[in-house]
Write a protein that binds this ligand. Structure first.
Ligand code: XMP
Length: 513
C-alpha cells in the first residue's frame, strides 16, 4: 500500500482519488501521526508528500520523520512536499516574497527523459497547475532538473538513483491534464500492479470494524439514503447482531419509502431494525408552522431526541455508526469555525455522539460518493437503491412551503411518485441529480369534465449538478412536461395545475425551502 503524508493541502483527497482510479490502495495520514514507529508498522511501498499551506520557515513547520528517506521506497513530493524534501535533503527553499505563483503554467522538458514523465510533452510542453508561495532555489545533492517553466526553474526534479521525485505543481488536479499519467508512472515504478478493488476494500473495512468494535454493540441511524445504507450493510456483515439500526420515520418520507426500508433491511438483510414510527409526534410539532427555518429546527431537534430515545432502548451500546464520506471530512475541517451565512440550517445528528457518550464507527470515511455506490453494488444493494437521488433530512416538509398538513403530504407523495415514474419511463433518471415535486401553498381554479375545480398547484423540479452546491434546471422537452402534467392531474386527486421550475442555483436553491 501507498502512504500519503498530508501536510494540509485542500486537494490531498484528490491524490487519493487519482490513485484509487489506478486501483492502487492508499491511505492519507496527517503528518503529525506519521512517526518512526508508524512508518515501520505501515511499511509503505511508496510515499507521497502532499502540498500544504505552511512555509518550511515557520516555527514547527510540518515535517516528515527523517527515517522516511531511509525506507528505500520511491517518494514523490508535491508543491510543499517538494520544498520539504529539498529542505530535509540539503537543498534550499526561499521565501515567496512577490514570487508566489497561482494558476496555469507550461512545463518544458530539460535534460534526460524521466520515467515519471513518460507520455508527457507530446506537444513539446505540458500544462500544469501551480499554487505556491515559497519556492525551491537550490536542489538537494543528487537531484537533477527534468522540467522547467518560466517561473519555476525546478518544476520537476528527481534523484533517480534513490527514486525521489519532486514537483512544484499539483498533478492531482484536472488543470494538470497529464497529472494522472504522472501518478500512473510513479506507482508502476514503485511496483504496484493496480489490482486493488472494492472487493479488497470490503474485506479490509470488515476486519477494521471488527478490530475497532470488538464484542461491543453498535447503533446506526438508517435514513434509507445510500450512505447510511451502505455503512449499515457493511457493519452488519462485520459484526452481525451486535448492530442495531434505528430508522426514524418522521412521516415526511416519500410514497412507500418506509416500507421499502423496513423490508429490505429487516427481511432481506436480516438486520435488527427499530422502525421508530414517530409521524404523529413530528406532524404534531409542525402544526401551524410555516417558517422554513422553524420547520428545519423543529424537525432537527425532534430527530435527535427521538433517535436518542430509541437508541437508549438498545442498552449498553458503545458505538454510533455514521455514513460520513471523505468530502464531509474535508468540509468539516476546512470550513469549521469560519464566518458563513446560514442559508439553510442543515439537518444532521451532529453533537449526538458526545451527548450520548458514544464513539464513532465511520467505515466510509475514506470514500468518495461514487466509490460508496461501487461498494454498495459489491455488497449486493439493488441498483434502484444505490442510484437514488439525494433526499433531504427534513424530507417532504421542505417541499411543502407554508403550513404542512396530512392532506397536502398525501397529495404530494402521489404526485411525486407519478413524476418520478415518468422520468424513469423516459430513461432520464440517471441524467438528473435530483427531481421531485413540491406542493404550493395555494389553490387555483380549473375545469374538469363539466365541473369547476379549486385544487392545489404543484411545482416540478429537476436539476443537474455535480455536488449540489450549484445546479442547472433540467431541460425537459415540452412533450415530456405536457404528458407529465396531464398524468399528474388525471391520476392525483386534489391537483389541478402543474408548474415547472426553471430556476438554477444560484439564485434559487435546489429545495424550495
Ligand atoms: P439546497 O436546497 O440547499 O440543497 O440547494 C442542496 C442539496 O442538499 C440537500 N439538502 C439537505 N440534505 N439535510 C440534508 O441531508 C438537509 O437539511 C438538507 N437541505 C437540503 C438538497 O436535497 C440538495 O441535494
Amino acid at each position: 500500500r501507498l502512504l500519503i503524508i498530508d501536510f494540509g493541502s485542500q486537494v490531498t483527497q484528490l491524490i487519493a482519488r487519482r490513485l484509487r482510479e489506478l486501483n492502487v490502495y492508499c491511505e492519507i495520514h496527517p503528518y503529525q501521526n506519521v512517526t518512526d514507529d508508524f512508518l515501520r508498522e505501515f511499511a509503505p511501498k511508496a510515499v507521497i508528500f502532499s502540498g500544504g499551506p505552511a512555509s518550511v520557515f515557520a516555527d514547527g513547520a510540518p515535517m516528515p520523520p527523517k527515517t522516511v528517506f531511509d525506507l528505500g521506497v520511491p517518494i514523490l513530493g508535491i508543491c510543499y512536499g517538494q520544498q520539504v524534501m529539498m529542505h530535509c535533503l540539503g537543498g534550499k527553499v526561499e521565501r515567496g516574497h512577490g514570487t508566489a505563483e497561482f494558476g496555469r503554467a507550461f512545463v518544458t522538458p530539460k535534460g534526460a527523459a524521466l520515467h515519471i514523465l513518460d507520455g508527457w510533452f507530446a506537444d513539446g510542453r505540458e500544462q500544469v497547475w501551480m499554487s505556491h508561495g515559497d519556492h525551491v532555489s537550490a536542489i538537494a545533492p543528487g537531484f537533477e532538473v527534468y522540467g522547467t517553466s518560466p517561473n519555476a526553474p525546478f518544476a520537476v526534479t528527481a534523484d533517480v538513483a534513490r527514486n525521489f521525485y519532486a514537483v512544484q505543481f499539483h498533478p492531482e488536479v484536472h488543470h494538470t491534464p497529464k497529472g494522472a499519467k504522472l501518478y500512473e508512472n510513479f506507482v508502476k515504478l514503485a511496483g504496484f500492479k493496480g489490482d486493488w478493488t472494492m472487493g479488497a476494500y470490503r474485506e479490509e473495512a470488515i476486519s477494521k470494524i471488527r478490530e475497532q468494535v470488538g464484542d461491543q454493540k453498535v447503533i446506526c441511524g438508517l435514513s434509507g439514503g445510500v450512505d447510511s445504507s451502505v455503512a449499515a450493510v457493511l457493519i452488519h456483515e462485520a459484526i452481525g447482531d451486535q448492530l442495531t439500526c434505528v430508522f426514524v420515520d418522521h412521516g415526511l418520507l416519500r410514497l412507500g419509502e418506509a416500507e421499502q426500508v423496513v423490508t429490505m433491511f429487516r427481511d432481506h438483510y436480516n438486520m435488527t431494525l427499530i422502525h421508530a414510527d414517530e409521524s404523529d409526534l413530528f406532524l404534531g410539532a409542525l402544526e401551524g408552522v410555516s417558517d422554513p427555518e422553524v420547520k428545519r429546527k423543529t424537525i432537527g431537534k425532534l430527530f435527535i431526541d427521538v433517535f436518542q430515545k430509541h437508541a437508549n432502548e438498545v442498552g449498553g451500546a458503545k458505538f454510533l455508526a455514521q455514513g460520513t464520506l471523505y468530502p464531509d471530512v474535508i468540509e468539516s475541517v476546512s470550513f469549521s469555525g469560519g464566518p458563513s451565512v446560514t442559508i439553510k440550517s442543515h439537518h444532521n445528528v451532529g453533537g449526538l455522539p458526545e451527548k450520548m457518550g458514544l464513539k464513532l464507527v465511520e467505515p466510509l470515511r475514506e470514500l468518495f460518493k461514487d466509490e460508496v455506490r461501487a461498494l454498495g453494488r459489491e455488497l449486493g444493494l439493488p441498483q434502484t437503491f444505490i442510484g437514488r437521488h439525494p433526499f433531504p433530512g427534513p424530507g417532504l416538509a421542505i417541499r411543502c412551503p407554508g403550513e404542512i398538513t396530512r392532506e397536502k403530504l398525501d397529495i404530494l407523495r402521489q404526485a411525486d411518485a407519478v413524476y418520478i415514474d415518468q422520468i424513469r419511463k423516459h430513461g432520464l433518471y440517471d441524467e438528473i441529480w435530483q427531481a421531485f415535486a413540491a406542493i404550493l401553498p395555494m389553490r387555483t381554479v380549473g375545469v374538469m369534465g363539466d365541473g369547476r375545480t379549486y385544487d392545489y398547484a404543484l411545482a416540478l423540479r429537476a436539476v443537474t449538478s455535480v455536488d449540489g452546491m450549484t445546479a442547472d434546471y433540467y431541460p425537459f422537452t415540452h412533450d415530456f412536461l405536457g404528458e407529465t402534467a396531464t398524468r399528474i392531474i388525471n391520476e392525483v386527486q386534489g391537483v389541478n395545475r402543474v408548474f415547472y421550475d426553471c430556476t438554477s442555483k444560484p439564485p434559487g436553491t435546489i429545495e424550495l425551502e
